[in-house]
Design a protein around this ligand. Sequence first.
Ligand code: ATP
Ligand code: MG
Ligand code: MG
Ligand code: MG
Length: 439
Amino acid sequence: MRLSRYFLPVLKETPAEAQIVSHRLMLRAGMIRQASAGIYSWLPLGYRVLTRIARIVNEEQVRAGHIPMLMPTLQSADLWRESGRYDDYGEEMLRIRDRHDRDMLYGPTNEELITDIFRSYVGSYRQLPLTLYHIQWKFRDEIRPRFGVMRGREFLMKDGYNFDLTREDALHAYNRHLVSYLRTYERMGLQAIPMRADSGPIGGEDTHEFLVLAETGESEVFYDAEITDLKFGDRAIDYDDRAQCQAVLEEFTSRYARTDETHDEAVFAQVPEERRRKARGIEVGQIFYFGTKYSEPMGATVQGPDGKPVPVHMGSHGIGVSRLMGAIIEASHDERGIIWPEGVTPFHVGIVNLKQGDGEADAACERLYGELSALGLEPLYDDRDERAGAKFATMDLIGLPWRITVGPRGLKAGVVEVTDRRTGASEEMTPEAAVARID
Ligand code: ATP
Ligand code: MG
Ligand code: MG
Ligand code: MG
């Protein structure tokens, strides 16, 4: 992408309404624009990152054997009356009436809709196990939308639903989700800690929330410091291997880690004092096992091996796709701007031309642009006729992991400068070496 032809409305001033750094940086970097309270337009740069986050979520879900689909945002109230949640859900649900006076709602979650799909097509235990998911916009009429996309009213969520014959099978699905979530967050450069939580309006017995530690987080959390040493890393995992998934769950959930809703001082006191931590965190996902809570009232049964109908065991599993963008920035920035982890960066590398219009500098930039693109990397070439300082400030603000600086003086010596956004370290090298470094 050439910056002169892109749409990157960077703000010079720090927006006064933004209270936390991720919100400020997203506004300044021209990533989002508020359309109304808690509802945002995703400008091109923000949209690129959102797409990258969603792609990682998708890849890890498919790897775990889960099947992507897409359900609508608007739902009929009838299904929610069947589950009993139409009245229970309360003010957070946006209720709409259509021209025929039918009660509709903008889905805050999809247990009812997916259960209806399931019961319409699946009749035998032989079609199980089944996990379906989608990445779709949700609406929750949050009483206090704030912190930009962190607590929006309209937000993008990945929500998945497992259908299993037995409790044991459904618990395996739960474990599978836990493992796939660990991988997902790590690929985004985040440490998200599974913590025992409360199930809220989704209901159920087993549930973990995934929290990214951050001072600006809205959740209060208590944990054993040892937990922050755990890393899933690039170990191999067979998602069909129950013992293996169970072992990962045990490894990551056996130490004390709870949100304030489930925090228990007496149990916490058993953690050695020097390891006890009280902190704040951002909830970036949650997994639930809730058994037959929806399948029973909604008649989602299958014929079991003995020919008798049994209600399926279910769980639901959500990742806050749009909230993650805020969480990543909270975890990775400095005073000059965002520092994108490689996995989600909107462009891989920025090219800064120090002297636009200089024949040699222009040609060298074009060559770099072509070579990087040919390797499948996406460069953002700042080809505007701007001062070097302004170009550097923009690159630092939007946080691409690498910058290649090209100027007539360096070119005379046959070199360009490669700068690592995270460390700030710069190194001069030939253009060929620069391409090889970034690839
Ligand atoms: P919160 O406690 O922050 O209100 P929740 O527990 O109500 O979240 P879930 O029903 O567990 O949310 O939804 C799954 C995920 O969707 C959450 O873990 C979170 O990452 C994301 N999410 C929930 N509400 C919002 C929101 N208002 N804006 C952005 N993301 C959200
Ligand atoms: Mg909520
Ligand atoms: Mg919550
Ligand atoms: Mg939750």
